[in-house]
Design a binder for this molecule. Structure first.
Ligand SMILES: C[S@@+](CC[C@H](N)C(=O)[O-])C[C@H]1O[C@@H](n2cnc3c(N)ncnc32)[C@H](O)[C@@H]1O
Length: 207
């Protein structure tokens, strides 16, 4: 997986442009209302979304791809980027909140559990978690070979897990689920066109 992303960042640079996801603004609002002052962004890419939080929060981004980390250092110098896997805890001190954009669906079941467990370990009790991921309402759901329930190789050598609302809630069982929902994300591609994805989000509080 790390090779796939490193090659894409090295070849395409800021793959999805510089505009952040609207979900980063929504999460930031909720984190501020909750009095949070530190945020962890696992799978932070080149900092497209960390930059939304950086002016008001102490922000840590965990990222595997060296190519993405080089771009991130320039694009968002306000965030502390940590080279390493988001599947293991990397922080010494817990943060107040986690924002994780479109990373959870990249993994098979065991690694999805590891990602969530690592995030829970790095957020304080009572802290917030805001995750987005592919939805089973997206047109790619059900395309290609099913590798595990809800996980499809929807393009050659590329798979993702597509979440129903119940499945997403189930991944965060044991925590207080504050809100879930869906939205359509519009992303710019390097060819200048746009591509729309249907995403789900969840806002939960660590118990
Ligand atoms: C779909 S991209 C999302 C990037 C970023 N969250 C954003 O909003 O622009 C997935 C990102 O997760 C990173 N990634 C994949 N596996 C990872 C892992 N085990 N640990 C840390 N980052 C990982 C990839 O390198 C890539 O930057």
């Amino acid at each position: 997986m790390s090779q796939y992303w490193s090659q894409r960042f090295a070849r395409e640079g800021m793959i999805w442009g510089s505009r952040p996801s609207p979900s980063a603004g929504w999460a930031k609002q909720r984190f501020m209302e909750d009095g949070a002052s530190s945020v962890l962004v696992p799978g932070a890419g080149y900092g497209r979304n960390t930059k939304v939080f950086a002016p008001e929060f102490t922000v840590y981004g965990i990222e595997l791809s060296e190519a993405a980390l080089e771009l991130a250092a320039e694009w968002d110098p306000g965030t502390t980027f940590i080279a390493g896997s988001a599947l293991q805890p990397q922080l010494v001190h817990p943060v107040d909140a986690v924002y994780c954009y479109d990373v959870l669906h990249l993994f098979l079941a065991d690694d999805r559990r590891r990602l969530i467990d690592a995030c829970l370990e790095q957020v304080r009790s009572g802290g917030l978690l805001y995750f987005t991921s592919f939805s089973d309402e997206d047109p790619n759901y059900g395309c290609g070979t099913e590798l595990e329930p809800g996980t499809y190789e929807y393009k050659a050598d590329k798979y993702a897990h597509f979440f129903s609302d119940g499945d997403l809630r189930g991944h965060f069982a044991g925590n207080e689920i504050l809100e879930t929902g869906s939205f359509t994300e519009s992303l710019k591609n390097p060819q200048g066109g746009t591509h729309e994805y249907i995403l789900r989000y969840i806002l939960a509080r660590k118990k």
